[in-house]
Design a protein around this ligand. Structure first.
Ligand code: CU
Length: 323
């Protein structure tokens, strides 16, 4: 005989409940679930953007200085809240089942299977969750990597083992000309001076191996490739003036960890004066002093390489030496 019902009753006798009692229990459970969801939604609405701050950004770095970094931050916070709502709902169901269907004697509970609505729910619900997360991720990513035809400032980032050169360009692409340049050395940290509230285009190229341009406060890093690959990204605005450390985020060799630079965000007027001074032949330090800025990096310092004639390239002195 084929069982028509989704409930396969064991041989043991099951306690029966009156239809009215089952209905009341169902309505009560529905009200409780509604209250739970309503409370969670109200909490999120009331606390708004402060949810992220209250929970330390859920592990995401806070204090981004570009609109793009804020959008990524908001996506992360919203994703965490969505995950928590789903998680609390599932935990609630688990504990409710544990209590509601705990063992009450020797009788077997109803053995449920082929429950189509239930199977439909746990197939469709995760697909919907992933689809919504994917949609918002794609929207934010498209916005973050978007480039425009006429950014206010174009700077070429040149990485090499183990330092940086920043070239201010008069246009876009490899055919544009460099109008001023900042070059880092082992003794002087390179300072990338950029204006606030203007759109910036970064065009990256490497002289040797793969490096990665990273300013943590921009919440963004992008590999710097050698050869003909020229990675480009833009920020629509740097919103906070100040000094921010920048790093190479790709293991590029022995002194990779020493490849720091500084991003110095200044007012647009001061940036124009800085650039004019550089184009007139002033050194980076003199041009910075002329606009009232610290001439040397304040967020990082040159690293002592401790590389001497005696300890560098030891292979020549120890070759063949065994122990
Ligand atoms: Cu590097």
């Amino acid at each position: 005989m084929v069982a028509r019902s989704s409930e396969v009753r064991p041989t043991a006798v099951r306690r029966s409940a009156s239809p009215g009692a089952v209905g009341r229990r169902g309505r009560r459970a529905g009200r409780l679930a509604g209250l739970g969801f309503g409370g969670a939604a109200l909490l999120v609405l009331l606390t708004g953007c402060d949810v992220g701050a209250a929970f330390g950004g859920f592990g995401w770095p806070q204090g981004g200085i570009t609109p793009e970094s804020r959008r990524m931050y908001d996506l992360w916070i919203a994703s965490c809240i969505a995950a928590l709502v789903v998680g609390v709902f599932v935990w609630g169901l688990i504990f409710w089942c544990v209590v509601r269907y705990r063992k009450r004697g020797n009788e077997l509970p109803v053995q449920t299977r082929y429950n189509l609505p239930m199977e439909f729910l746990y197939t469709i619900a995760p697909v919907l969750v992933v689809a919504v997360l994917f949609y918002y991720t794609a929207v934010v990513q498209t916005d973050v990597v978007k480039t425009t035809n006429n950014p206010d400032v174009t700077v070429e980032v040149v990485a090499f083992k183990w330092n940086w050169q920043f070239n201010y360009r008069d246009g876009q692409g490899v055919d544009a000309e460099t109008t001023a340049s900042v070059l880092g050395t082992s003794e002087v940290i390179p300072i990338l001076v950029l204006p606030s509230n203007r759109s910036i285009r970064f065009e990256e190229t490497s002289r040797d191996v793969i490096h990665s341009f990273w300013v943590p406060e921009m919440l963004f890093k992008r590999d710097v490739m050698p050869g003909s690959i020229r990675n480009v990204f833009e920020v629509s605005s740097l919103e906070s003036e100040g000094a921010y450390v920048g790093r190479c985020a790709e293991l590029c060799g022995s002194y990779h960890a020493f490849m720091n630079f500084e991003l110095r965000v200044v007012s647009p007027e001061n940036f124009d004066r800085f650039l004019a001074a550089k184009q007139d032949g002033a050194s980076t330090q003199d041009a910075l002093t002329a606009i009232g800025e610290e001439p040397y990096a304040i967020t990082t310092k040159p690293f002592e390489t401790r590389r001497t004639q005696d300890n560098f390239n030891q292979a020549t002195t120890t070759a063949g030496a065994g122990s």
